[in-house]
Design a protein around this ligand. Structure first.
Ligand code: KIV
Length: 276
């Protein structure tokens, strides 16, 4: 062997559902970001994110709309296909967009199959009502992530982008919805815009459920942010739970590396600045 050739870096293994569960068990925080194209997916993957989400937030940050509601299944599938080509190690999740899963369990399966063919390893759906849909999908081999708290597809019905589960009755309701989704077989739960104490309770009550917070405090399995938000490239006002990792410079990979490191060492989210 030529002594001047540096040793190859230790091979990074692709992240699996088993690995995510092992991280939860070991207390290693999971760092997730949204991605919409191959180039940013590769940069985020190279920088060490554990999971990428082909989110319907593409309706806002890519298409310039004001909500996720107009986003179609074909649009999500297109972006997930692009992300799948750039991704190397990160676990890839795709959003089932509004109108693609609510009508019937059969519709949810057809839509999940479209996203799986695009490269998704897990599908995400919103809503407290969805336990039976989750059970149906899981029984048919689809890996499912649920999404509770502020659910952007029904933000109008929730009175806008506001913190959910603030009073005791609302917190109890959300906690029992999370239990029902976990019992139905959801492997992961995104909790958006809820008080940190409620997110902590949901994680404690469902120790095998990988709870990923966004505006939900740090006492859960991991964190997700919208890529454009954490790079500081969105025109919209930044929600309080976002930290702009892009402003410290060094380019996209450095910003994502800072995000991953901050999630892993627990310095993001900050208990005062980013938490309710
Ligand atoms: O679509 C999306 O980006 C999301 C995140 C906000 C979790 O669902």
């Amino acid at each position: 062997m030529n002594a001047s050739v540096p040793a190859a870096p230790a091979e990074r293994k692709a992240v699996s559902l088993l690995r995510l569960r092992a991280m939860l068990e070991a207390g290693e925080k999971i760092a997730m970001l949204t991605a919409y194209d191959a180039g940013f997916a590769r940069a985020a993957d190279d920088a060490g994110v554990d999971s990428l989400l082909g989110g319907d937030s593409l309706g806002m940050v890519v298409q310039g709309g004001s909500s996720t509601v107009p986003v179609t299944l074909e649009e999500v599938a297109y972006h997930v296909r692009c992300v799948a080509r750039g991704r190397r190690h990160a676990w890839l999740i795709a959003d089932l967009p509004f109108g693609s899963y609510e009508e019937s369990r059969e519709q949810s399966l057809r839509s999940s199959a479209v996203l799986a063919r695009a490269g998704a390893q897990m599908v995400k759906l919103e809503g407290s009502w969805a336990a039976e849909t989750v059970r149906f999908l899981v029984e048919r081999g689809i890996v499912v992530c649920a999404h509770l708290g502020l659910t952007p597809q029904s933000a109008s019905a929730l009175g806008g982008y506001r913190v959910q589960g603030r009073d005791e009755a609302a917190a109890d309701r959300l906690a029992s919805e999370a239990r029902a989704l976990a019992d139905a077989g959801a492997a992961m739960l995104v909790l958006e815009l809820v008080p940190a104490a409620l997110a902590r309770r949901v994680q404690q009550e469902n120790p095998a459920l990988v709870v990923i917070g966004i505006g939900a405090g740090g006492d859960v399995a991991g964190q997700v942010l919208v890529l454009h938000d954490m790079l500081g490239v969105t025109a919209a006002p930044m929600p309080r739970f976002v930290r702009d990792f892009g402003r410290e410079g060094g380019g996209v990979r450095e910003a994502v590396r800072r995000y991953v490191a901050a999630v892993k060492d627990g310095s993001f989210p900050d208990a005062t600045l980013h938490t309710y």
